[in-house]
Design a protein around this ligand. Structure first.
Ligand SMILES: CSC[C@@H](O)[C@@H](O)C(=O)COP(=O)(O)O
Ligand SMILES: [Zn+2]
Length: 205
């Protein structure tokens, strides 16, 4: 059986890997991993920390509403409600949110369209799309400073079978059945975004 410590270590390892890619600029980003189903509880990154550092105060346990389970001076991520929505609406075991230049620029380029679509590129297989003519459509939603409003809009775009939402000029959130799956989707998305930006540069010459 996986203990709380096992889950903590798993999330800490994922955090280190994403940090090594420089995906936590300026304290941005937040990560979560489900610890148990009933009552539903998950570990989430503490708010405002330098996520490139590994400390004993990196995560705290919260309930389905995003409230800390135990008395703690730590504050859960400001975007905990997005993770709550994912665990409420899906069977996900892990959810990851990062800000990169590539995901922000793509969200701005395709924001008015409401999605960015990928077809005929091998890496969409990371999303389980194996058919020749499959199209991966990543939804792009507006950003709202008011997190309950952002979570409300975000919830309407959660689809259990895809696991990715891009928030305009903000960042990407992915989720999967476990940490491995969520990280795979995140890496695939960032590859696709960089590919799309490179194509843009060529076409705009
Ligand atoms: C410091 S800019 C990024 C934040 O506003 C937010 O979008 C973010 O991703 C991190 O917030 P946090 O509360 O640390 O989880
Ligand atoms: Zn964010």
């Amino acid at each position: 059986m996986m203990t709380l410590q096992d889950k903590w270590d798993e999330l800490a390892d994922i955090k280190d890997e994403l940090a090594a890619r420089d995906w936590f600029m300026g304290t941005s980003g937040n990560l979560a991993i489900k610890v148990r189903d009933s009552p539903m509880e998950f570990l989430v990154t503490a708010s405002g920390k330098d996520k490139k550092k590994r400390t004993s105060e990196d995560f705290l346990l919260v309930d389905a509403t995003g409230k800390p389970v135990e008395n703690t001076p730590l504050k859960p991520s400001a975007e905990t409600l997005l993770h709550c929505a994912i665990y409420r609406e899906t069977n996900a075991g892990c959810s990851l949110h990062i800000h990169t230049v590539a995901n922000n620029v793509i969200s701005e380029l395709y924001g008015d369209k409401g999605s960015v679509d990928f077809q005929g590129i091998e890496l969409i297989k990371a999303f389980g799309m194996w058919e020749e003519d499959a199209i991966l459509s990543i939804p792009i939603i507006p950003n709202y400073a008011h997190i309950p409003k952002l979570a409300e809009v975000f919830t309407t775009y959660i689809s259990a079978d895809k696991g990715v939402i891009l928030i305009r000029n903000h960042g990407i959130t992915v989720w999967g059945k476990d940490g491995f799956e969520a990280k795979k989707l995140l890496e695939a998305c960032e590859f696709l975004f960089q590919y799309q930006l490179a194509l843009h540069q060529i076409h705009s010459k």
